[in-house]
Design a protein around this ligand. Sequence first.
Ligand code: FAD
Length: 420
Amino acid sequence: MRSTIVWFRNDLRLHDNETVTRALEENEEVCFVYIKPKENQNNPIAAIAYPFRHQEQFRLECLHDLQSQLSKRGAVLNYYEGNAPDILMSLCDKHHISTIYTGAEYAHDELKEEAALSQHITLKRYHTSTLVHPQQLPFEISKLPDVFTSFRNNVEKGFQLTPLFRVPEQIQSHQLSLMSTAIPPLSSNHTNNKHDIHFKGGRAAALQRIQHYFFDSKCISRYKQTRNGLLGMDYSSKFSPWLSAGCISPREIYAQLLRYEQQYGSNESTYWLKFELLWRDYFRYVMMKYGNRLFYASGIRNISGQYSIDWNLFNKWCIGNTGEPFVDANMRELWHSGFMSNRGRQNVASYLVHDLHIDWRWGAAWFERLLIDYDVYSNYGNWQYVAGVGNDPREGRKFNIKRQQEMYDAEGAYVDYWLK
Ligand SMILES: Cc1cc2nc3c(=O)[nH]c(=O)nc-3n(C[C@H](O)[C@H](O)[C@H](O)COP(=O)(O)OP(=O)(O)OC[C@H]3O[C@@H](n4cnc5c(N)ncnc54)[C@H](O)[C@@H]3O)c2cc1C
């Protein structure tokens, strides 16, 4: 009997997941595996003790939800903790498996794991995380434009959504006898204290969020006007946590957007969501083009800068104690909730780099620890952009924090909410 493993990483879904569909089509038995990765030792922030409960809780909720999607179909999710290549190789040895299916990733740590595995087994990787598939791009990755507008103009022309991948109602799965551990239970007293935003991990919650943001509230039709908001749940879609865990694909969101436009009409706002999803795609393609340069202080543009290494100042930024109210409010929101608006992210990043003159990678590493929507491509791509070493064609973009506060928090409601 031909058996294989589907190795889930940041694609925690069965629907519109080519990895799952192909594995089921090409094999008689499929084992589903998730491995909680080891601590990233390259992250300088790893040394700071912090419970990271929002990120961890969200991921656990996603896994429990995936488990229940699988069990409805007669399958199980095998959960492990440790070094992914070691665990996968021992599973393959024991069960005479020679091929593993997984969603393609393009960042350093993930590629390193894949390289270790590829020496021993065949790894089938499927690109499942973008709206526009690499094969739909009108250029080679090496010719990816360095300016987003040029990417978007080229890609939008003639883009058509191809059919979503479906998953069968029943799955012939197989419980590996090499002991997998139970998925850790969800913490019952987890709350986003002092915050009216609550993100619950998993596909069911992602679908509810789409239903609410599109069809129930029709907030999507006002998105372009509200998207720079700071307080509350509905100024922007809040799809990012589910997208980063892969509970839902951007293609599924886009399919729902098209359905919405057919029912209620399209406008600048409905278009703008597609625009933002293309930004997300773009940073994936930037990583594919530039690889590790996305982690260099000098960035993809190779611009060297003088950075302060003032740990004390950095610490104040992290905990929201810089004395700049707009920055502090945003940093406290991140600490307490695991989320921050796009407007907030741009401001705190600019402040760290252009006012405190601290290496942008320290800030990116802090975001990596705390954001529930942490995504290596969007995070490092956006940080480089703000730091002026990435894909921003304009030089020296520095935010005037006081002016930004006046524009986006004129009444002070946001700052009061987090600082009082
Ligand atoms: C310094 C910095 C770090 C960031 N780190 C991350 C990160 O780790 N993970 C992450 O998903 N986003 C990151 N972003 C992008 C953006 O801030 C978030 O995607 C957005 O705030 C999420 O809220 P939303 O889902 O309501 O977005 P919406 O405004 O509703 O946008 C819809 C979707 O489009 C995508 N999107 C929107 N803006 C961007 C953008 N600038 N870059 C890439 N994709 C975008 C997201 O997937 C988002 O869910 C970062 C931005 C900055 C300035």
